[in-house]
Design a protein around this ligand. Sequence first.
Ligand code: ADP
Length: 295
Amino acid sequence: RVLCAGHVNWDVTLIVDRLPAPDGEVKIERRHQAGGGSAANVAAVLAGLGADAALFGSVGDDEPGVLAGRELSAAGVRTHLVETDGETAVKYLVVDADGEVMVLSGEGANEAFTPEDLPREALAADTDLLHLTNQPPAVAAALAERGREAGATVSFAPGRQFAERDFSATLALADVVFCNRREAAALIDEDEDGNTAYGALREDATLVVTHGAAGSEVHDRATGRTVTHDGFDADAVDTTGAGDAFAAGFLAARLDGADVDRSLAVANACGAFAAGEVGARVELTWDRIETTLDG
Ligand code: ADP
């Protein structure tokens, strides 16, 4: 049983041949609308891989919110969505023929929930894993604390805001931390007192760093062991959501009892599939993954 907490979006992806220059205009070749948001993406992929996945997040009282919730339910995700007065977060993504992406983000209702909004039964004693993404630091830390109290493994993907905000309290509670290369650089940046975010990590934490098309690595702090994977070739169409699919694959494999080496391979296969399709979500099955791993 897994609970993901964080962003729920409605993504409108516009496919163009080339991104417009300032003052320029380009033709939209194709328009694709679907659910997005990092926590929702991870929950949807986990459910597709057979996990009992739930999502905690917030949406507005509007059509994108209804669509996002409906899509998650259809994917088999149990939803705990707090409905607020504001608007559901809508993202506009412009993707060119090389897979280059430009994103316009609506503020939306994503930060409207508080840890107190989480229903008690959503994080019960049978929750194996709590996956946190994109919350403000205080909210992430409060949820991580509740996760640990419930006896769940806590995984944390801080996302873009990692470099700008202080997540040390959550890092000190997380068993698994996911970063891309840019975010990993923020781990070693020193503050005025010479402290680093890396120093806030638990002694037994597992740090997973993704390197886009070049694959990824896992560093096990307890043993000092590092495992790397070169990734799989993908005809990259739109890399939106690759990191989320990657995290979902890693967590699904770990929950299944796989070792770190296999989990990392599964994660890279999931990331490559997501990069090869338009939109943030990708329908993955173990069959598809096994074929890639065997190939
Ligand atoms: P994020 O989307 O969070 O920035 P990355 O771009 O590092 O994360 O991608 C996450 C993972 O997805 C990578 O480690 C890799 O496994 C896979 N991936 C991403 N882009 C590609 C690509 N162009 N080709 C193959 N795999 C990719």
